[in-house]
Unconditional design. Structure first.
Length: 237
């Protein structure tokens, strides 16, 4: 009995070893396949991001140079050098592309504004002064003037564009609120928000004095000093 038992154990051990040996290449192949799938997914994600970025570059140029009236999926696809079906793989509808284009424009401006607020500073008023200087520099840009006025008009006509603008302006206000708070931390949330809105509206209103190709109507150097001084006084009250 003991001999038979020993033979069975030997056979079972040999069979188990053979099974494990046959499974090892399968496991190795499975691990390689999983790694290959992950690499493929990462490469596909990079391609999609690159294509989407190219579409948005073309779309922002189309919106700024030709305006909303001529903004279309076909026009953007042609400007991006791709087929309409390729564009629609990334942006399914006109409204989706329009909202993404507006968000791209807003983010470009607001990322720079955030960097201005977060510059190393020695005085509590420096973040606010830096933000105003940056904003006025952007206001002088004809492209920004066109993009902003087009976006304002679109927000009145298109619900998705309106939501995009509202989100952008919330971030815009938050940056001014953060800068004002460094200057006057005693202000309440409501006081910070009202002052931020007034200062931001003052800067936005200067867009009315900028026209592409027109001679300058304002002395921007004096204007910048005046804006900064008035904002600091308003924030310190």
């Amino acid at each position: 009995m003991q001999k038979n038992s020993g033979r069975k154990q030997g056979r079972n051990s040999s069979a188990s070893g053979a099974k494990e040996s046959s499974n090892s290449p399968r496991k190795a192949r499975s691990a390689i396949a999983r790694r290959a799938d992950r690499e493929h997914e990462r490469a596909d994600s990079r391609i999609r991001k690159t294509m989407a970025a190219a579409i948005l570059r073309a779309a922002t140029n189309e919106l700024i140079e030709n305006g909303y009236a001529q903004f279309s999926l076909r026009g953007v696809a042609a400007a991006a050098g791709m087929s309409l079906s390729t564009l629609q793989y990334h942006f399914k509808s006109f409204d989706e592309l329009l909202a993404a284009t507006m968000k791209c424009l807003l983010d470009s401006y607001l990322d720079g504004a955030e960097a201005a607020v977060n510059q190393p500073s020695k005085r509590p008023q420096d973040p606010l002064a830096n933000l105003i200087s940056y904003s006025l520099q952007q206001v002088k840009s004809p492209r920004l003037t066109v993009a902003t006025t087009e976006s304002w008009a679109l927000a009145h006509r298109n619900a998705l564009a309106r939501e995009t603008m509202q989100a952008g302006y919330e971030r815009y206000l938050a940056l001014f609120m953060a800068a004002i708070k460094r200057l006057n931390p005693r202000l309440s949330e409501v006081q910070l928000r009202s002052r931020a809105a007034l200062i931001g509206a003052q800067i936005d209103g200067l867009l009315l004095y900028t026209f592409e190709g027109a001679p300058p109507l304002l002395d921007w150097e004096i204007l910048e000093r005046t804006c900064i001084d008035s904002a600091i006084r308003l924030s310190g009250d």
